[in-house]
Design a protein around this ligand. Structure first.
Ligand SMILES: [Mg+2]
Length: 203
């Protein structure tokens, strides 16, 4: 097991269906403890990612989309401060997304496989369906249309999707029950000092 310390650069990567990397971004470790692996993805960080498909086009473009390995990995700039909370063995991560001036805008329950450690960070696989919530606790499912299309096209099995839905329901249960990390000081977290954004290791 890797020992991460606050301030370390840690790279989460999202791995696509065909085992290629769809997204890699450098983050700075805030807390690495038994309860949470908390990461800061600063505004202005240079990341690598597949071309972004607008949310409203995702479901309809699924059938004709080239495999991830055949799409270019683009250099992009992350455009908001985010905190990403990962939990060992859990099939989701929970993000906090901030606007300019560190205005807390959203909770985001990203449904994904439990992370595995790598020499540079962690790897996980995204499940398309997500749960988003306002700071006041109002929540909704996100990307349901894309999720349904994946079932129709045979990308996902019904059993897999039932497990993903259950993971989302667990996020909602914690949110409504004011359980960690929701009832916590995370929306008030701020970096102790201004540092340049972390950078991806040379590969
Ligand atoms: Mg997602």
């Amino acid at each position: 097991m890797t020992t991460w310390r606050p301030g370390d650069t840690l790279v989460p990567r999202y791995i696509a269906h065909d085992d290629s990397v769809s997204q890699a971004f450098p983050t700075r470790v805030i807390e690495a403890s038994e309860r949470v692996l908390a990461l800061h993805l600063p505004d202005g960080t240079a990341i690598k990612s597949l071309p972004n498909v607008p949310a409203e086009e995702r479901a309809s473009s699924l059938a004709t989309m080239a495999p991830a390995s055949e799409q270019p990995k683009l250099d992009r700039q992350w455009d908001n401060d985010s905190i990403r909370l990962h939990f060992r063995g859990e099939p989701f991560s929970i993000w906090l997304l901030f606007g300019p001036g560190w205005k807390f805008n959203w909770w985001y329950g990203n449904l994904e496989t439990p992370y595995v450690e790598t020499p540079i960070g962690i790897d996980t696989r995204d499940h398309a369906l997500d749960v988003a919530a306002r700071p006041d606790g109002r929540w909704w499912w996100k990307d349901e249309e894309e999720f349904e299309e994946r079932l129709k096209l045979g990308f996902d099995s019904a059993a897999h999707q039932a497990a993903v839905r259950a993971a989302g329901n667990e996020v909602i249960r914690r949110l409504e029950g004011h359980e960690y990390p929701f009832a916590s000081g995370w929306p008030d977290w701020r970096p102790e000092r201004d540092l340049p954004p972390p950078t991806l290791p040379e590969t």
